[in-house]
Design a protein around this ligand. Structure first.
Ligand SMILES: Cc1ncc(COP(=O)(O)O)c(C=O)c1O
Length: 290
């Protein structure tokens, strides 16, 4: 399958199998780079502007230049989508500081490396949707700038391994006070006394684009929303859900071996998911026929 795939690297599109970066690329040596993942439905990118705004913020935070003007990047993303065989895709953008002899501090100007790859957008299975995801909580071991979408994902990989060992789908990080922060690659929200609650945006969480969409949809549906630290043992907690570009909204029905609420996907979660999935379906349909 990957034979047919095309990636963008070193300023050109090449078959994925031939797409390589140099061993002295700072992404490889130092994880000196940032990334984005954008969903594309039938040729229409979902929330492209907020994704590229976040890419710009991540780049600014680590002082890496945007590799090309934004309209050019948007055109490259369209081309990358068009050159790959997926109706609904996840498009991965990675920017590193570039290639240089290995030294923490650089003394010369180098050009950033831009990589774009495209894969099928995964769909949660029907069983997962019906039963909900299973999670564990772990004390956060990550750095203190989780608002930057850094390619340094070792802690997230460790968290995912730990989740797998426990038979869970995702590990959710907690702070020293037991507040739920976010998952390894997802945000987490809860319904507490009917209010949709999620950790406020700060250095401990990534400002998820899907999190934002879920909060917006909740407001449209008349569901109260509150961004505040929250704990699993709060009375009145009836539902949990995760959000991400690749999952949209997904119920989380068990955490640390215990059921959330009655252990089944909750009504608020299902309403949010239904509204979001409907929007995504419309985008995909528009792309197909438009
Ligand atoms: C740590 C972390 N939090 C949250 C998210 C969800 O962000 P988004 O909804 O923009 O995909 C991701 C996505 O990769 C992530 O890695």
């Amino acid at each position: 399958m990957s034979d047919a795939l095309v990636a963008y690297v070193n300023n050109r599109f090449v078959p994925l199998e031939e797409a390589t970066v140099h061993i002295e690329d700072r992404g490889f040596q130092f994880a000196d780079g940032v990334y984005e993942v954008v969903a594309c439905f039938g040729g229409t990118f979902l929330d492209l502007a907020p994704h590229l705004d976040r890419l710009q913020r991540s780049l600014d935070a680590v002082a890496i230049a945007m590799p090309c003007p934004r309209p050019e990047l948007e055109a490259l993303l369209q081309q990358a989508y068009a050159r790959n065989p997926f109706q609904d895709a996840m498009v991965y953008i990675q920017v590193t500081r570039g290639r240089a002899a290995r030294a923490h501090l650089l003394h010369e100007e180098i050009a950033p490396t831009l990589v774009i790859t495209v894969r099928q957008l995964p769909q949660p299975s029907d069983a997962k949707l019906a039963q909900g995801a299973v999670g564990i909580t772990l004390r956060d071991i990550r750095w203190k700038r989780c608002d930057i979408k850094s390619i340094a994902l070792l802690a997230s990989v460790m968290g995912k391994l730990e989740a797998k060992r426990a038979g869970a789908d995702e590990a959710f990080w907690t702070d020293a006070h037991g507040h739920l922060l976010e998952g390894c690659a997802t945000n987490i929200l809860a319904v507490i006394d009917g209010v949709l609650v999620t950790h406020p945006l700060d250095h401990q969480v990534l400002g998820g684009i899907t999190r934002h969409m879920a909060l917006q949809i909740a407001a449209e549906l008349g569901i109260a929303v509150e961004a505040r630290p929250w704990r699993l043992d709060e009375p009145g907690l009836s539902e949990c859900m995760l959000t991400s570009t690749t999952n949209a909204v997904l119920p989380v029905c068990r955490l640390d071996g215990r059921p959330i609420g009655d252990g089944r996907p909750g009504a608020v979660t299902l309403r949010l998911r239904a509204r979001m999935v409907e929007r995504l379906r419309q985008l995909s349909e528009r792309g197909r026929h438009g």
